[in-house]
Design a protein around this ligand. Structure first.
Ligand SMILES: Nc1nc2c(ncn2[C@@H]2O[C@H](COP(=O)(O)OP(=O)(O)OP(=O)(O)O)[C@@H](O)[C@H]2O)c(=O)[nH]1
Ligand SMILES: [Mg+2]
Length: 201
């Protein structure tokens, strides 16, 4: 066990709280994922996509979308009695990039959601976490109608380091989304352990 405080008598254990980001391109399912796993009513900041926004909002491939996140999503999930995750979903559109640094403060890890029909939309998020050294996991949200690509194809297309996990998910499904978050936490723990090993040798 990497996280959490144990109590030999098995009584109440104060949980460790970790902050994770849920990022990725526009309309890739970030708000959906946070909503699917959150055990509290998720905080959402959705606004209607308007005609006025058309010149700046790139809705190619997500024409059915009527709203977009303008600040953040927030949710919480208890993975184990001693481990609670606070989830912060980022806004997907480029005009909200200025919020990312604020949201990323203190984040232990991140999910980069990807849609194989618009893979290039998550380049910016991958780049952001690589530059800041925040361990991330790529989760391919398997939309109906999208070709199923093996995870290695996605890894190659995104030019990811071999240690970056790539998983498939359905952002609408609680168990599937939970699996993604477990991968993010395990990977972040692995990266942290590797860093401390390097620091002490
Ligand atoms: N078929 C299918 N639809 C999905 C899935 N995930 C999300 N959707 C739909 O796709 C649309 C986009 O979902 P959102 O969760 O709002 O996407 P987002 O990434 O938060 O979008 P922005 O905040 O605007 O960037 C919504 O209409 C969802 O119902 C999925 O796994 N499969
Ligand atoms: Mg959203």
């Amino acid at each position: 066990m990497v996280f959490g405080r144990s109590d030999r008598r098995g009584s109440f254990v104060e949980p460790v709280a970790l902050k994770l980001l849920v990022a990725g391109g526009f309309g890739v399912g970030k708000t959906t994922l946070v909503g699917a796993v959150s055990e509290i009513r998720p905080l959402r900041t959705e606004e209607t996509l308007s005609e006025a926004g058309r010149p700046v909002d790139d809705i190619d491939g997500v024409e059915a979308k009527t709203t977009t996140t303008v600040a953040m999503d927030f949710g919480r999930i208890t993975l184990r009695e001693d481990l609670v995750l606070y989830l912060f979903g980022t806004p997907g559109q480029d005009r909200f990039w200025f919020l990312w640094d604020e949201l990323a403060q203190g984040a232990l890890g991140a999910v980069v959601l990807a849609d194989t029909r618009r893979l290039e939309d998550c380049f910016a998020a991958v780049d952001y976490f690589e530059r800041r050294g925040i361990p991330f996991t790529v989760a391919v949200n398997c939309f109906e109608g999208a070709d199923r690509h093996p995870t290695d194809t996605v890894r190659d297309a995104l030019d990811l380091d071999p240690h970056v996990p790539v998983v498939l998910c359905d952002a609408r499904d609680r168990e599937s989304a939970k699996e993604v978050l477990i991968t993010v936490v395990e990977n972040a723990a692995k990266v942290a352990a590797e860093h401390s090993r390097v620091a002490t040798t």
